[in-house]
Design a protein around this ligand. Sequence first.
Ligand SMILES: C[S@@+](CC[C@H](N)C(=O)[O-])C[C@H]1O[C@@H](n2cnc3c(N)ncnc32)[C@H](O)[C@@H]1O
Length: 279
Amino acid sequence: MKPDFKKEQAWWENKAAGEERDIADEAVNRALRWREIERSLKGVKTIAEVGAATGAFTIPLAKRGYQVTHIDFSAAAIALAKTKAKGLKNIEFTQANAADLRQFRDRTFDLVLNMDGAVSFCGKDAKKSIKETCRICRKKLLITASNKAWLIPVWVGSTFPKFKKLVPAVKAMIKDGFWHYDQHPHNKKIVPGYFGTLQAFLPSELSALINANGFKVKTCRGLGSLANLAGKDTIDFVKQNPRAMETFLDLCEDFDRDIMPGGPGTKQRAGLIAIATRK
Ligand SMILES: C[S@@+](CC[C@H](N)C(=O)[O-])C[C@H]1O[C@@H](n2cnc3c(N)ncnc32)[C@H](O)[C@@H]1O
């Protein structure tokens, strides 16, 4: 059940153009991540983002003067990011697979981000992606990954009505947090088109993997669960009202921290966040 990285890469190439299209509660997820990134910037000069796509995070960080390395395996995403980076001298682009970052030496970057894809979509190699992300990081780490507490209801909702019974993919998601296109005969019928592989985590599972790679996890929890639970009308309203959005983001942070740290996270984008520092 290894990931087929050629197919994964081709899948992402096709998604590059739509990468920054904002659907459902995506804006909340992104804004909550920005808050965490802001809190991590003290003492940081060099930043790498693994799976940086079209530069939604790397370009603004470079514009603020950080020395940024933008890593992705999609040539199309990198090409789009490069057009946005015109004139910036402090950003470098590398096409590489997150599961193998051998071109970078150990502890190269003060802060490493790996958000929303380049861990979970490595499937069985998610551990390698985490290991590589940790290895190239000198000080601080911010990782987001797929959240079992959200993937399980999504899997149930997309298979129970269709097959009128619980299919093995749901049980696999509950047991191992794992999906692979070739895993069970039903899998190819569940998702139209190609949907290769995915690894989802509980907070305890993601924390353990990061801690095992020389880091100490400070926070690992659902990201933006309130946005998921509060529903579309609330999200539509706060997206139109910047002040309401800030209040809502405060509430989301309180909710994630005090009410439901193991919550599902947002509907869109990886809803599990881990923040760690080197031991
Ligand atoms: C959904 S985008 C996330 C972009 C950005 N990190 C963010 O959070 O907004 C996921 C990106 O990860 C990249 N990616 C997925 N798997 C990867 C892998 N194994 N190695 C490198 N990049 C990968 C994809 O090409 C895509 O550009």
